[in-house]
Ligand binder design. Sequence first.
Ligand code: HEC
Ligand code: HEC
Length: 212
Amino acid sequence: MRLLILSLLGMLAIATGPARAEADLERGKGLYATCAACHGADAAGNAALNAPRLNHLREVYVIAQLEKFRNGQRGGEGATMAAKQMAPMAATLPDQQALLDVAAYIASLDSPAPAATVEGDAALGADYYNQFCGACHGPTAAGNVALNSPGLAGTDDWYLLAQLKAFRDGSRGAVDGDRTGRQMRAMAAVLPSEQALKDVVAFIHGQASGSQ
Ligand code: HEC
Ligand code: HEC
């Protein structure tokens, strides 16, 4: 019996794995100095540089996207110019711990919700959203970590539109091995028209936003 319990405990230890590394905010701040040139000191974004707001995103999503920019699933061949600009920036991060550190620093920042720039019919957009998007991104677009789906509330509306277009034309989410990108690509394709993209973006922009 004792042997059985011991071996069960052993299996549990393997299943739990080593404790997750702690993020070092000070180091993250130092690393973020490079990023601030485009994303701004508060990570509030800079539309003129196509660099989106980041400070509303969860750390886990920032890390996952930085990994994609580093392994070519985002910003490689066939990607938009904006994504191709970001990829070499992600490559400057020296190690995996640096991804954790910079993501934690970004999550510690805040800024007011971005102003609307895309015109759409939010009421029509709500219909599309509830039908096609809410199951993964949540009823108020706060995201769902278990489904790898980021929060969309608080994202710049111009960036939402640009990413939906990128998913639709295959410049994002079409690379082999990009499982979550491919999932989202299929969903972006169901919206019937360019106007429907704007409508759904107008709805998302109207949702409560801010840091998580
Ligand atoms: C030269 C300007 C520039 C610099 C410097 C830069 N970025 Fe970016 N970043 C961009 C652009 C442009 C995009 C949008 C890419 C796209 O449209 O697919 C982006 C996108 C991102 C995204 C994806 C956000 C999302 O919601 O999809 C993350 C995360 C990110 N950057 C983090 C960083 C970090 C961390 C650094 C510093 C190591 C950094 N960026 C430095 C320009 C830059
Ligand atoms: C099956 C689940 C699922 C559904 C349904 C879904 N998404 Fe997504 N979405 C995802 C996942 C997963 C990602 C992350 C993709 C990645 O890792 O690159 C994502 C990413 C996004 C992004 C990129 C955000 C960023 O900051 O990078 C936008 C914009 C988006 N979704 C909008 C929508 C809209 C609008 C709809 C409805 C038409 C929708 N999604 C439906 C799973 C889903």
